[in-house]
Write a protein that binds this ligand. Structure first.
Ligand SMILES: *Cc1c(COP(=O)(O)O)cnc(C)c1O
Length: 420
């Protein structure tokens, strides 16, 4: 079984917790840069390649700035995410707007920033035209329906997904957009989430490349970029095999050379909108054991709860846990590691074998850097935690303060109530 190694020690956790009380999310700058560079390297064969980081995964300007320095753009789907990205200096073709159920004002703002608009539905052409006119460059989102199969495994069910257009709608959308003056076209699809297979992107690429060739043959419309979107996963469990991004890049390249190049589409840029792959393993949730309870099971209560990390409660997702300072100890105790919500699904781990945990121990919950903090909420009046960035030289910096009760009550600022 492969080991999962925390990127901080118990001493570092203590040093930070002396200033920023637990729980907090922490991110490794070194890891983020390494991941971004490996991705870029894997697609270096494609001249126009760019990663548009899915902002919803980790919407923090300090993190976005690091990714910007590494040459990434941003993938947004709301005005708030656009404002956040604009504050970091993202503009023009560094911005992808992959929204759905979109309001005209959202298109207007994405267009004002010069971003690339990705249409989820054919009816949104009218919305876009009324909001800001049809831009020169437009992308359309495809949904092939049916099941998405990889080898002999069903990966997902596009037929049940709300996203994207059918093939006839897609071709019709490109024709309409061309007739309304659009000049550059992209194609996008997101068919399976958190995939642990080097074949996901290459297979998706084959589908989209073939579609681009068919579109050219049937309509004469040339696709200029192909957006493989998100969906490349990380190994949350220590016994799962990690994806190999180099292998993934080579797989997409093979499809590119066998399908696009012979059809005269060898100019097309490959784009990605990865969130999880970029950040998940480069972030962790650090929480303190505050209580133990012995009833029908052995419980360890921690000061984080599902409001800080929703994935276990929402999806039954596995997140590996390391007891800091006891990395080498035998995992000979079985625990449920639980938060304080009045909700029995508030469990970070169930029947998990761990070393003996004592009150005051720091628990390091792995792989929370994407869709972790960002899915946070305020149930039971729980407040969102701080976020911390660990620099390559071992120094660290707070990149978001913890919420206060004043933040929680701020939406009653119109009223006569006083919360003290
Ligand atoms: C959520 C999302 C992503 C990122 O997905 P990951 O699973 O984090 O890679 C990319 N594109 C779109 C349109 C999304 O909705």
């Amino acid at each position: 079984m492969a080991e999962k190694i925390p990127f901080i020690t118990r001493e570092k956790a203590e040093e930070i917790a002396a200033v920023i009380p637990t729980p907090f999310h922490i991110y490794t700058e070194e890891g983020i840069r390494k991941t971004a560079r490996a991705l870029k390297e894997a697609f270096a064969w494609n001249r126009g390649f760019r990663e548009y980081f899915a902002v919803k995964a980790t919407p923090n300007p300090y993190i976005l700035n690091i990714l910007k320095e590494e040459g990434c753009g941003v993938d947004c789907s709301s005005v708030t995410e656009l404002v956040l990205s604009r504050a970091c200096g993202f503009a023009g073709k560094e911005v992808m707007f992959s929204s759905n159920e979109t309001e005209p004002g959202e298109f207007a703002m994405a267009n004002e920033m010069g971003g690339i608009i990705n249409l989820d539905d054919i009816t949104l052409i009218d919305t876009l035209e009324q909001a800001c006119g049809i831009p020169d460059t437009v992308c359309c989102r495809f949904n092939p329906g049916g099941e998405f199969v990889l080898g002999n495994a069903i990966m997902d069910h596009p037929k049940d997904a709300k996203y994207g257009m059918t093939r006839p709608q897609l071709f019709e959308a490109y024709r309409i957009l061309r007739d309304k003056g659009a000049k550059h076209f992209g194609i996008h699809a997101f068919l399976a989430s958190n995939t642990l297979s080097n074949a996901y992107y290459p297979h998706l690429a084959e589908i989209l490349f073939t579609l681009a060739v068919d579109l050219l043959k049937e309509t004469g419309i040339r696709i200029d970029f192909i957006n493989l979107s998100g969906g490349v996963g990380v190994a949350y469990r220590p016994d799962e095999p990690e994806n190999d991004i180099g292998e993934i890049g080579r797989g997409v390249q093979a499809a590119y050379e066998s399908i696009l190049v012979p059809a005269g589409l060898g100019h097309a840029a490959i784009l990605t909108e990865l969130g999880r792959y970029m950040l998940a393993s480069n972030g962790a949730l650090v929480t303190k054991a505050i209580h133990e309870k012995h009833t029908y099971k052995e419980y360890i209560g921690v000061d984080a709860c599902a409001c800080n990390l929703m994935r276990p409660a929402m999806y039954g997702a596995y997140h590996h846990i390391t007891v800091l300072g006891r990395e080498q100890a035998a995992c000979d105790h079985m625990y449920d590691v639980v938060g304080s919500l009045c909700e029995n699904n508030d469990k970070f781990a169930i029947d998990r074998m761990l070393p003996e945990i004592r009150r005051g121990d720091y628990l390091y919950i792995h792989d929370t850097g994407a869709h972790g903090f960002s899915m946070g909420y305020n149930y039971n009046g729980k407040l969102r935690s701080a976020e911390v960035l660990l620099h390559p030289d071992g120094t660290w910096q707070m990149i978001r303060r913890a919420e206060t009760m004043a933040d929680y009550f701020a939406t009653f600022d119109f009223s006569d109530f006083h919360f003290e």
